[in-house]
Design a protein around this ligand. Structure first.
Ligand SMILES: Cc1cc2nc3c(=O)[nH]c(=O)nc-3n(C[C@H](O)[C@H](O)[C@H](O)COP(=O)(O)OP(=O)(O)OC[C@H]3O[C@@H](n4cnc5c(N)ncnc54)[C@H](O)[C@@H]3O)c2cc1C
Length: 457
């Protein structure tokens, strides 16, 4: 019996029903969002309950095997080769506590699960732009969503984290218990243990005033130039970003946008509709939009503000936080990725930060990049015939074009495979990295639980 089969036998004895040895080569049985990641673990555990996770982490520790936890596969940054993979997909329960305005969310849940459960009670979670992203992976990296300038990083609203660490087994970290681990888990990304559930705040919100405005390519310079002056002046009730998008010429693309270069304003206000309408005037008057959906929007449809892709695809993206974005940044971005450039970059997005994002929460956490003014994100299109190195270089060219304005720390969730390997650690200051490493050493002395830098080769 080989080692993997032996481990599976041990796990079955420990009551883990769904543990399999991966016989040969990479598997796509996980159905991960990012299809460019190769998954070739030795053993896969489809965890159905926290005890399965505890047994799997204990068995991996005994065998000295690396452990990677995956829910949706939106954010794994390096190929998985060997070791034990714990899929949390089957643990997707959400329990809303109406009185406390919180939700206990199991590790395999995606934001849509929480949005739907909370909406029934007039409540909303501080989700990201895409409802199909996993709650736990997102919160580990801090998390900025469509109403982030009103409420801050989503990780600022985590009440407790239930996890299994190689050093101590199952435990719950809160502001009062395991306080240092609790600090690290909210923004420190990985390498601490395998999370089984989180309890998060919900906010009383049924609607935002928001949506999308798509402008044609010839308005790109005007929209971007106005945006960089306009967005920093917006009240905290408004969160906005702008993306230059090369919409593919495919049937699924809406007809007015299909095959075109468009500029997409993403806008969500938690304030009064009349105020939002006033605030939008300087942007809306720049050009006749191709599409304008801004209206009272049920929070259950918050994903339509960004309209992120939901079908699995080979992701090649990168991010960089910026200290400022003036007209020189706009010119640099247009120069490298404007409408007349022919490059395989599908999306170049500038998200305005500030507002509540700049304030530390009452219980401080490990979120880095709090002082940044903007986040730049670029993602390459999976164009047939264009290899991944070309796509990576195209994203890197966008990030490189604004190097002079890059903030000292990135936003961890936006560091992608096109970033430099060191960019993930650059999501925190040296002091924060030292503190995070000390937590990792205490909770996972043999560094078995993955904390992967971008790896694209
Ligand atoms: C389309 C898209 C839209 C996005 N929008 C936003 C956005 O608006 N704001 C934002 O901040 N980020 C955004 N992100 C980034 C996203 O938050 C990260 O990629 C996040 O890591 C995804 O988490 P996941 O659980 O879905 O993915 P997974 O790939 O399953 O996990 C990502 C990482 O978290 C770790 N992890 C997952 N589950 C556990 C667990 N139970 N215990 C310990 N570690 C675990 C994994 O090991 C992995 O390293 C977006 C990403 C995509 C692809």
């Amino acid at each position: 019996m080989d080692a993997a089969q032996g481990l599976v036998t041990d796990l079955r004895r420990a009551g883990v029903e769904h543990a399999v040895a991966v016989e040969e080569g990479p598997t796509d049985s996980l159905g991960a969002f990012d299809t460019s990641i190769s998954y070739a673990p030795e053993v896969i555990v489809d965890a159905e309950r926290p005890d399965d996770v505890a047994a799997a982490v204990a068995a991996a520790s005994r065998a000295g095997l690396p452990v990677v936890a995956v829910s949706t596969g939106h954010g794994v940054l390096a190929d998985v080769s060997g070791g034990l993979l714990i899929s949390t997909r089957a643990m997707a329960g959400v329990a809303v506590d109406i009185d406390r305005q919180t939700a206990r969310v199991e590790a395999g849940a995606v934001w849509a699960d929480v949005i739907d459960a909370a909406a029934q009670h007039g409540l909303a979670p501080l989700c990201g732009s895409s409802p199909t992203v996993g709650v736990v992976g997102y919160l580990l990296g801090g998390g900025i969503g469509p109403i982030a300038r009103t409420y801050g990083f989503s990780a600022d609203h985590v009440r407790s984290v239930e996890l299994v660490t190689p050093a101590d087994g199952a435990l719950t970290a809160t502001a009062d218990d395991q306080a240092e681990l609790f600090w690290a888990l909210r923004g420190g990304k990985g390498g601490f243990g395998v999370i089984t559930a989180v309890t998060i705040d919900l906010v009383p919100l049924t609607h935002v005033y928001g949506g999308a405005v798509f402008f044609p390519a010839d308005a790109a310079r005007d929209v971007l130039s106005t945006m960089v002056d306009w967005a920093p002046e917006l009240p905290e009730s408004v969160t906005a970003s702008v993306a230059a998008i090369r919409v593919p010429d495919i049937e699924q693309a809406p007809p007015p946008l299909r095959g075109r270069f468009v500029v997409h304003l993403r806008f969500a206000s938690t304030g009064e509709p009349a105020e939002a309408e006033d605030l939008l005037r300087p942007i809306r008057r720049l050009a006749v939009p191709l599409v304008d959906t801004i209206a009272a929007l049920p929070y259950a449809q918050i994903g339509s503000v960004h309209g992120d892709p939901t079908a699995p695809m080979p992701v090649m993206s990168g991010g960089a936080a910026l200290t400022t974005a003036g007209q020189t940044v706009v010119e640099a971005l247009l120069d490298v990725a404007g409408p007349e450039r022919d490059l395989p970059v599908a999306v170049v997005e500038l998200r305005a930060l500030g507002g509540a994002l700049a304030r530390s929460p009452a219980t401080p956490n490990a979120v880095g990049g709090r002082d940044a003014a903007w986040n730049l994100f670029a993602s390459a299109a999976p164009v047939p015939g264009i290899d991944s190195a070309t796509r990576r270089d195209a994203v890197r060219a966008v990030l490189e074009s604004v190097r002079a304005w890059r903030a000292p720390t990135n936003l961890a969730n936006f560091v992608g495979r096109a970033n430099d390997a060191a960019d993930l650690r650059h999501s925190w200051t040296d002091d924060q990295n030292e503190r995070l490493d000390a937590v990792r050493t205490a909770s996972d002395p043999d560094r078995l639980v993955s904390f992967d830098a971008p790896d694209h080769d």
